[in-house]
Design a protein around this ligand. Structure first.
Ligand code: MG
Length: 206
């Protein structure tokens, strides 16, 4: 089933803030990716010609199980049904240009195939979703490594914040931000994103 929306979180790991020269947010930075960007494990990430540098961003994806409005932080995780490994694929030069000009970066984040997501696992399959190792390799070379313990705003806080303003519906996906090490992918690459206890997401780049 295709999610109604993919809600994504910008700059949720301090280490990624440093590498992108962004300042620490006081509230979560929220943007949307269209569900048409979704692809599954094994499907190719297609880099459209002329868009410049395209980056990988390994992220924990949280899948909402029941409609959620005005959740408290204490209740927030009861609305989560599943977890998955995601890659918030980003046309970095387009995003940087949009940021500089004060324009939306929807296109930079929303192209077809820019939201690869693994097969989900039930939330109760993991012991502590705020203590999981994430990593990403390109052609077998380690590019990103971090832990969900390093999130500036943990998942419960994100859900409480988002659902104050935007109803989270069953099937919606939240991409919770990426740790340091984002970098370019080019046609011919093989990208493998992993989260301990959640699974793996493998996508060739075309
Ligand atoms: Mg991201």
């Amino acid at each position: 089933m295709r999610p109604g929306k993919i809600v994504a979180v910008g700059w949720n790991y301090r280490s990624h803030l440093q590498e992108t020269q962004a300042s620490a947010p006081s509230e979560p930075i929220i943007f949307l990716k269209p569900s048409s960007a979704l692809i599954g494990d094994g499907e190719p990430i297609v880099v459209p010609p002329g868009v410049g540098r395209v980056d990988h961003e390994v992220e924990l994806a949280v899948i909402i199980g029941s409609d959620c409005r005005h959740a408290s932080e204490a209740d927030a995780l009861s609305y989560v049904s599943q977890l998955a490994v995601a890659n918030d694929v980003t046309a970095r030069e387009l995003q940087s240009a949009a940021r500089e000009q004060g324009n939306p970066w929807s296109m930079a984040k929303g192209m077809d195939g820019f939201a690869p997501i693994s097969e989900p696992v039930p939330l109760d399959a993991v012991e502590d979703l705020q203590d999981m190792r994430l990593s990403l390799t390109v052609n077998g070379e380690l590019r990103q490594e971090g832990s969900t313990s390093q999130m500036i705003f943990p998942v419960a806080r994100l859900i409480a914040h988002i659902s104050r303003f935007m109803t989270l519906e069953a099937g919606d996906v939240i991409m919770t931000g990426t740790p340091e090490g984002v970098g370019p992918i080019v046609p011919g690459d093989e990208v493998l994103a992993s989260i301990e206890g959640v699974g793996e997401l493998r996508n060739p780049v075309r």
